[in-house]
Each structure stands twice: as C-alpha cells, then as structure tokens.
Design a protein around this ligand. Structure first.
Ligand code: AMP
Length: 296
C-alpha cells in the first residue's frame, strides 16, 4: 500500500509505480479496477474489495472511445476527475491511472481483440463493436498494469463473461473477480448514466429491478418456460409508460447462449435474466443470475 493516492496520466509513470511497488514488496499482489470514471458506490465496492485482497490497488479511469458507437454518448459521458480522485482515495485506491485518449491510442489501432459468441448477443447485438472495444482496451490495460487480480461488476454480467473468456483463451495471467451489483435503496442499479434521468424517468426506472425480481420468483416457484418468462419480463416493464425495451432475454450464463428452460438439463445450471431499457435517450441495463432449481 502506498502512503497516499497517486494519480498518473502516462503509461510509463504507471509501469514505474507498479514496478517499484513490486520491487519493494515482493510476494504482494496487485489488484486492478478498470472504470470509465464518474465513480459511485458500485465502483467504490470494487475498489474496497481490491483493497482487502491486495497490497497495491490500481484504478483506471478512461472513457474508451472504441467501445462507443457513432450515435452513443461518448462526448457527453459524465466526467468529474477531481471528485473521482476523492472517492478513489476514500475507497482505498493507491494508484489512479487517468490517461488521455492520445496516450492510449497514439495512432489508430490496427489490432482488435474480439471474443466470438459470448459477445454476439444482448448488448453485443444492440451495440455493434462495443465488446471488441471493451476486450481491446482491457487487454491493453492488463498489459500496462499486469495485475494479479482484476475486479469487474456483475452489473455488466455479459462483460464479465467476455473478459473471463478472453483471459482464458489468451492465457492472460490475471484472476477475474466477479463483484455484486450495488443498488439504490429502491433497487435501481447504481450507474454513472442514472444522472441523465429526469425525475419521472428515475421513478419509473425501478421497473427493471422489479421485473427481474418477479422473473426470479417465477423460476423459484415452479416450472416456467422461456417464453413465459420472456412475457413476464416484458409485461412488467411495460407497466412503466416511459420505458422502451431494447432487449429482455434469458440466456445461459456465462456462455450467453439461448436457453430452453423446459429442457431436463436446465436444473442446477445458471441463467442470466438480462434487460436493456431506454428511458428517453438514456439506456439502462440490469440483470440477475439465477440457478434453475432441481425439481423431483
Ligand atoms: P464503468 O465505469 O461503468 O465502465 O464500470 C466500471 C466497473 O464498475 C465495471 O466492472 C462495472 O461492472 C462496475 N460497476 C458499475 N456499476 C456497478 C454497480 N452498480 N455495482 C457494482 N459494480 C458496478
């Protein structure tokens, strides 16, 4: 652990800080939390977990243009580096890496890391190229930090699945740690994008968590088919007049393949109930991982 939180903007400063920590603390682990900033308690929970499990905690804050589509919110994605540094320090980050775009991409990149299948459904289908941008920047960040452990939130469950597949396929020597979703008291998943919501949209946005809870109950209570669950999710979301469904799906987790819930093999396996819902121009995602009960 460093004595104070140190902020760096270049890759060479980052490498040097990690190298000197490792030289001075042989055998201690380096934990890494990649983010796009505008930090909230969800991010803080990842940093705090990394703090408990590592000697050095590295946080990156980088709004990665590669993972935004042409009509998405890259330019207006919320940014507040000074506030972020205070939250990062309070949560226990030692080193905060805040590179400019030109530091990360000094020339147009000709290399793309692309994870087949896991990336193709859900957010991969509605945001073409998004996960290629994520896998590519996370590979670059892993190569820069060379962490022992990296912390990812299950709020972005498909992203976790993509990163796990990528690190396994490419033998990247890092342990991926899945972290639970932090929520507001009314159940809305914390997200940097929640600030875009109008007061009325914010009120109605709890419908995502409520729909997921209702679908989980239906799975626990009795045999239910995929299409019944699909209908239940949609009906529930449509009770919010401002909600516009992008997708509401049930897939195997972590393969992100289509589920047939009536199949015998379903018992004991994990499914992902996954939602993307727009309120005005704001697209929110939420999900739950549910184990299909074994019935006699
Ligand atoms: P982002 O800044 O949105 O790219 O998120 C950075 C990391 O924080 C990702 O691993 C997210 O899954 C995680 N994260 C975002 N929101 C939450 C939340 N509400 N609870 C837990 N982790 C979260």
């Amino acid at each position: 652990m460093l004595m104070t939180t140190q902020a760096v903007t270049t890759i060479s400063q980052l490498r040097e800080a990690v190298r000197s920590f490792r030289a001075a603390n042989p055998g201690q682990q380096v934990g890494f939390v990649p983010t796009m900033g505008y930090l909230h308690e969800g991010h803080a929970s990842l940093i705090e977990r990394a703090r408990r499990e590592n000697g050095l905690v590295v946080l990156s804050i980088f709004v990665n243009p590669l993972q935004f589509g042409p009509n998405e919110d890259f330019d207006k994605y919320p940014r507040d580096p000074e506030r972020d540094l205070r939250i990062a320090a309070a949560a226990g980050a030692d080193l905060v890496f805040l590179p400019e775009v030109a530091e990360m991409y000094p020339q147009p990149t000709k290399t793309t890391v692309s994870v087949r299948d896991v990336s193709s459904g859900l957010c991969g289908a509605s945001r073409p190229g998004h996960f290629d941008g994520v896998s590519t920047v996370v590979t670059k960040l892993f190569n820069m930090v060379q962490p022992d452990k990296a912390y990812f939130g299950l709020k972005d469950a498909q992203q976790v699945a993509v990163i796990e597949q990528m690190t396994a396929d490419l033998n990247i020597p890092v342990q991926i740690v899945r972290c639970p979703t932090m929520r507001e008291t009314d159940g809305l998943a914390k997200s940097s994008r929640n600030v875009y919501l109008s007061p009325e949209e914010r009120k109605q946005a709890i419908v995502l968590n409520e729909a997921l809870a209702a679908a989980e109950r239906a799975i626990q209570e009795g045999p239910v088919t995929t299409s019944q669950l699909d209908a239940l999710l949609r009906t529930r979301i449509q009770t919010a007049p401002l909600a516009e469904i992008d997708y509401a799906e049930i897939v195997w987790y972590p393969s992100i393949e289509p589920v047939e819930l009536s199949s015998r093999e379903a018992a004991g396996r994990e499914v992902l109930l996954a939602l993307a819902v727009k309120f005005g121009r704001t697209r929110l995602i939420d999900n739950r991982i549910v184990t299909i009960p074994t019935r006699q």
